[in-house]
Design a protein around this ligand. Structure first.
Ligand SMILES: Cc1cc2nc3c(=O)[nH]c(=O)nc-3n(C[C@H](O)[C@H](O)[C@H](O)COP(=O)(O)OP(=O)(O)OC[C@H]3O[C@@H](n4cnc5c(N)ncnc54)[C@H](O)[C@@H]3O)c2cc1C
Ligand code: SF4
Length: 428
């Protein structure tokens, strides 16, 4: 059934959605011009925010996006509002977690051509690697997935702490891998030597971004954490630099979390960190792109006084229009100080110094500083493998930070190319 409101066909715009009778729509302020509850069929509701005159399409807890010939699988919506934002940006509709949405005809099931590889090694178990592995497996290709870390998920595991809906996607992707015949090897860093021994017909490199600490005065001070330090600490990597910087109690907690497996559970960590988080009251985050502003929301929700400093004039790069607008206004409501256009950043003991556009020098107190900038693509492993003669597809953040959408789309498109299918044309 196609629901229609204001000339917008939601099924066409948002892919296929199913009914979840348990969904509670009572909390939605529905505009009379949109659906009645029954018409929504429990999936998507269209909200008109009268104050801001902003249109939201709110995904239900689960949006069902079924692949032909497959048992029904629920691919969760991560409420990124990419689908809604495209309308404002005059771009073709797309969904961040389902690359087939809006391209159903072009992407009718990928068939395996005679030239398709028989064995593919996927390196990296983040969202990009998992998506590529599942799609190749579905098409009947033998897939070996090697992941350097102890668990699948990659950066999405950390992203699930900062923004809970990402956790649903993590669960979905890992469950899909669990139901597949993909041969998964965790704690297995891929090296040229390993690839020589595995001798696959093709390799998908999905190793994520390189995160280096930018050269800032004071970046080596003990109260400064890189995003990776924080991740290592919260996800229980006791050998990481972040753990080294933390106190004994924190290191012990991280060790216990890792040993008991508790730090594998994002929901549990989110709850636990509401009671205890090894960070001072005043936090300055350097970098106001998606990662910086999501970390700000996470920390503000845990009673911290947060300031976000960003060299670009606008904050929220990486968030599409509607989610950017919502998140930035929510952060302001929660008292997070947001400052774009800063220059001459320098970290001092107990403070961060910066200049604003009129050349005024400002000093903001900081018990801890989190550096959420400096991520770049990293094709070094892929380049080595190509030089060794492997057929290589590089995807996701390894090609330059492209977020969940770029990683999943990259995984889908790499699988498509490897299977010998023509690329999907995207209208401008
Ligand atoms: C705090 C935070 C919040 C975020 N929130 C969002 C969000 O709300 N929305 C969004 O779109 N994006 C978000 N992101 C970004 C998003 O998580 C990443 O863009 C995405 O995970 C990239 O996927 P990927 O598969 O390319 O790489 P990754 O997820 O980084 O996975 C790469 C994997 O490769 C493994 N690996 C690396 N080298 C090797 C090797 N040699 N051998 C074997 N394995 C290897 C790594 O261990 C890792 O598991 C967030 C990021 C952070 C840090
Ligand atoms: S684009 Fe984002 S908000 Fe829209 S359906 Fe997909 S995951 Fe949900």
């Amino acid at each position: 059934m196609t629901a229609q409101a204001g000339g917008v066909q939601l099924d066409a715009h948002l892919g296929r959605h199913d009914v979840d009778a348990t969904d509670d729509v009572a909390d939605q302020r529905l505009d009379q011009t949109t659906f009645t509850t029954a018409q929504q069929r429990g999936q998507f509701s269209r909200l008109v925010d009268q104050r801001q005159n902003v249109l939201f399409v709110r995904g239900r807890r689960r949006c069902v996006q079924q692949r032909a010939g497959q048992p029904r699988a629920a691919r969760p919506c991560i409420y990124c509002y990419t689908c809604v934002s495209t309308a404002y940006l005059r771009q073709p509709l797309r969904c961040a977690v389902n690359p087939d949405t809006g391209f159903e005809c072009e992407r009718s099931e990928a068939a395996k051509s005679l030239s398709a590889p028989r064995h593919v090694v996927v390196i990296g178990g983040g969202p990009g690697g998992m998506e590529a592995a599942c799609r190749l497996d579905e098409a009947g290709v033998k897939v070996t997935l090697v992941e350097a870390g102890a668990r699948l998920g990659g950066t999405l595991r950390f992203a699930a702490l900062a923004y809970p809906p990402n956790g649903d996607l993590l669960d979905y992707l890992t469950a899909q891998i669990g139901q597949s015949t993909v041969d998964v090897h965790c704690n297995t860093p891929a090296t040229p030597d390993l690839l020589r021994r595995l001798a696959p017909d093709a390799v998908v490199v999905a190793t994520g971004a390189r995160r280096t600490m930018p050269e800032l005065p004071g970046a080596d001070l003990p109260h400064v954490f890189s995003g990776d330090d924080l991740r290592a600490l919260m996800l229980g990597n006791v050998a990481g630099e972040g753990a080294r910087k933390a106190g004994l109690g924190t290191r012990l907690a991280a060790r216990l979390g890792a040993a008991s497996g508790l730090s594998a559970n994002a929901a549990l960590i989110r709850t636990a960190t509401k009671a205890w988080l090894p960070l001072g009251k005043r936090i300055v985050i350097l970098g106001g792109e998606l990662v910086g502003v999501e970390l700000a929301e996470f920390l503000a929700g845990r009673g911290r006084e947060v300031t976000v400093l960003e060299p670009a004039p606008r904050l929220g790069k990486g968030l599409l229009l509607v989610r950017r607008m919502r998140l930035l206004s929510e952060l302001k409501e929660h008292g997070v100080a947001l400052q774009g256009g800063v220059s001459e950043l320098a970290i001092e003991p107990g403070a961060v110094r910066y200049k604003v556009q009129d050349d005024t020098v400002v000093r903001v107190p900081a018990d801890h500083v989190i550096v959420a900038m400096g991520a770049t693509g990293d094709t070094s492993l892929a380049d080595t493998l190509i030089a060794q003669g492997h057929r290589v597809e590089v995807i996701g953040d390894a090609t330059g930070v492209s977020y969940i959408e770029g990683a999943i789309r990259g995984g889908a498109e790499a699988a498509r190319r490897l299977l010998g299918n023509p690329p999907v044309e995207r209208a401008a």
